[in-house]
Ligand binder design. Structure first.
Ligand SMILES: [Zn+2]
Length: 278
């Protein structure tokens, strides 16, 4: 059995024992239903004061999230509603690298101690609005501290996570490693400064691997979320969380500090499975 306290001992995961097989049966997953007629991000629906800036001739829009409880919360959206087949790989390499480049600029321009970036694909990953949207926000905001330990070593996640048996691939200074709180989850680390091209290429490659190696027996690539963490303007790490199993109440007990998260298979298993698709 593998036991992991990650990243800094707050939440424990265990895996292994008698069950360690990867399961691809997901009868509970449905393809997202794109609905341009009722889209809140349609150009005619967005108010002028919500739009902060246009990119690539107006094909991408940086907008203010006017419904957020957070102090700082912007969103990056393409002008058009994309079809479901375009959503699962975030529009492909060109759109991923463009979005990441814009996001990097937004992070630099806004002076926050901590910035989270999140984008999701599919209902199970938390995508309630089927129009692609990247969230860029300060997770804490005014007068809210999210850390029990202010020294939370965000920059040291890599030291804990990266082991040979968990590396999936390296791509131009980006290292992709299986790990985290969910089965199939990966971390992405980059040597040196954040680079939207190299990082975007690695994201694209990993999403293609997920779609191939974690395609369900029902024929769907997994729903997933991509998260990025920037501390004082510097990139710490990225993570991609595919939804390959459901969480039950014991996982929530773990989040409440009263239990452990039990993975249906180990991160080593995920790494070996994804490497077999390269
Ligand atoms: Zn739309």
């Amino acid at each position: 059995m593998d036991v992991e306290r990650f990243p800094v001992g707050e939440i424990t995961t265990i895996s292994g024992g008698t069950r360690d097989e990867i399961k691809l049966n997901r009868p509970w997953q449905v393809q997202i239903r794109v609905d341009p007629e009722n889209c809140p991000f349609a150009l005619g629906v967005l108010k002028e004061e919500e739009i902060i800036k246009l990119y690539r001739g107006g094909e991408w829009l940086l907008i203010e999230n006017i419904f957020t409880p957070r102090g700082f919360h912007q969103m990056l959206v393409p002008k058009e509603c994309w079809v479901a087949e375009k959503l699962w790989d975030l529009g492909g390499i060109e759109e991923i690298t463009l979005a990441l480049g814009i996001i990097e600029g937004v992070v630099r321009k806004n002076d926050h101690d901590l910035i989270n970036v999140g984008v999701h694909s599919g209902y199970l990953a938390g995508q309630n609005i089927p129009h692609l949207h990247y969230h860029i926000f300060d997770p804490a905001g005014e007068n809210i501290s999210i850390f029990k330990n202010e020294q939370l070593p965000l920059r040291h996640v890599r030291e804990v996570a990266e082991t040979d048996s968990r590396i999936i691939f390296r791509h131009n200074g980006v290292t992709v490693v299986a790990g985290g709180h969910r089965a199939g989850q990966c971390y992405l680390f980059i040597d040196g400064h954040f680079d939207n091209i190299r990082f975007g290429e690695a994201v694209h490659r990993l999403l293609a691997l997920y779609a191939d190696k974690f395609r369900s027996v029902q024929g769907l690539p997994p729903d997933f979320g991509v998260g990025l963490v920037f501390k004082e303007g510097n990139f710490c790490y990225g993570t991609i969380v595919p939804v390959l199993n459901n969480w039950c109440v014991t996982e929530y007990l773990a989040l409440m500090g009263a239990g452990v998260i039990c993975l249906p298979w180990s991160h080593e298993k995920t790494a070996a499975h994804l490497r077999s698709g390269l």
